[in-house]
Write a protein that binds this ligand. Structure first.
Ligand code: UD1
Length: 420
């Protein structure tokens, strides 16, 4: 198994190119199931989750070709409609194929994803919405069995809770449904917005893109001619490298980034003492001399993202004073706390709230990554810890960060990938 060895970084300098967004790529790949043409996708990140979803599509009969600067997905020959446990267990987002397969074939089976490190993460809202669209859903032997032999019907769907993949699943299902679907309390994340935009450019009538109310007019079962597209930059990867700049007090420039997707993150970093130079696709962080403590509450976009909570927690260990970080989306998303404590961080956990007292002197040791974003928080802590930190179980990190150690090495960090 691979692990990362990272050392104290005096200071970093230079620029990092941001990859395509994993969380935008996943629904966009699932969307290709709705196509009657081969779909050309640019800027897919080289991360394990993307390979997993492409493998799932290949298992179902699709062809995937990696060309120079794009991936071509051909779902015309796709004929299997069952997403089996072996794949779904490695990636919960496999649930994204449910809506499109059901809409195209009238039936679909997807293994139940089960629990995960950051909490229960149910999919009841996806299923309820599909039932409202006329699907019959049974749960048998660990599988969701969904059928809608006469196609899905447009209807009014109100999500009790904002769900990102839930919204994506229903938008895709609604695109091929009969009639009009109105989704209220829809997710407004940039990744959902890009999915809606690509569908809209491909001929699906969608109103309200980027708002909490989406109106989708289905094609009554007709497959789509999906346009070529380029995946938006990964705002969470970008935010992680901004935290690397802030924690090591280094000026770092990010290229191929979308600053307007990072407003909440930038605003918290400003409160913590950093300033920024922004242009359309580039940004530079200018860290202050001192890191100030902060109060953070994770919420749905455009508020502060839960996917940046762990990294800010690591950063807060180096602030002068007491920071309070409240996690509102996932009940168990503080697994990185005990590992940071082992490095010397002073953190008190009380239910959904972490109180971080800085500034702590961190020391390098062996630590274990517990989930995707927790892994990058440990890397950030390692950059300011005395001595060497070995971060184990980085298969979590590889799920969502494209070449993290190479990108950090490129700005001067001492970090290498080794094998146990
Ligand atoms: C997506 C992101 C993930 C991010 C999360 C929240 C992808 C592939 N993943 O995950 O990185 O951390 O959004 O921004 O895009 N819920 C239910 N029932 C459901 C669905 C969700 O109760 O049927 C709850 C969840 O337990 C959670 C909240 O709703 O408390 C939000 O979850 P959701 O937005 O669905 O997260 P994901 O789409 O799985």
């Amino acid at each position: 198994m691979d692990y990362l060895k990272a050392q104290f970084a005096q200071s970093l300098r230079g620029s990092i190119n941001i990859s395509g967004a994993k969380n935008a790529s996943l629904p966009l790949i699932a969307m290709t199931i709705l196509a009657k043409n081969k779909v050309n996708i640019k800027n897919l990140p080289a991360v394990a989750d993307i390979k997993t979803l492409l493998k799932l599509l290949t298992n179902l009969g699709a062809n995937v070709a990696f060309e120079e600067d794009k991936v071509v997905v051909d779902t015309i020959p796709l004929h299997e409609t069952k997403a089996t446990y072996d794949i779904v267990k490695t990636m919960r987002a496999s649930i994204l194929v449910l809506g499109p397969i059901l809409a195209r074939f009238g039936h679909c089976e997807v293994s139940l994803p089960g629990g995960c490190a950051i909490g229960q993460r149910p999919i009841d809202l996806h299923l309820k919405a599909l039932e409202q669209m006329g699907a019959k859903i049974d749960i048998k032997a660990g599988y969701i069995q969904a059928s809608a032999p006469s196609g899905l019907q447009g209807t009014n769907i109100n999500f009790d809770k904002i769900t990102v993949t839930g919204t994506a699943n229903i938008v895709m299902a609604a695109s091929l449904a009969y009639g009009e679907t109105i989704i209220t309390n829809a997710a407004r994340e940039p990744e959902v917005v890009q999915l809606c935009e690509v569908l809209s450019e491909s001929g699906v009538e969608i109103e309200g893109i980027g708002t909490a109310i989406l109106r989708v007019v289905g094609t009554a079962g007709k497959l789509l001619d999906i346009v070529d597209f380029r995946v938006i930059p990964d705002r969470i990867e970008a935010g992680t490298y901004l935290c690397a700049g802030a924690i090591t007090k280094s000026e770092i420039t990010l290229t191929d980034v979308e600053p307007k997707h990072l407003v909440a993150v930038i605003s918290k970093l400003e409160e913590m003492g950093s300033s920024f130079t922004l242009s359309e696709n580039e940004m530079t962080i200018h860290p202050g001399e001192q890191i100030f403590p902060v109060k953070i509450v994770t919420q749905e976009y455009p508020a502060f993202p839960t996917d940046m909570q762990a990294q800010f927690l690591a950063l807060a260990t180096q602030a002068d004073g007491v920071s309070i970080i409240e996690e509102r989306l996932f009940e168990n998303r503080f697994m990185h706390v005990s590992e940071l404590q082992r490095m010397g961080a002073e953190i008190m956990l009380n239910g959904h709230t972490a109180t971080v007292t800085g500034k702590s002197k961190l020391s390098g040791t062996d630590v274990m990554a517990t989930d995707l974003r927790a892994s990058s928080a440990l890397v950030l802590a390692a950059l300011v810890a005395d001595g060497e930190t070995n971060i184990h179980r980085i298969y979590h990190l590889d799920r969502g960060y494209d070449s993290l150690e190479k990108k950090l090495e490129g700005v001067g960090a001492k970090i290498e990938r080794l094998r146990e």
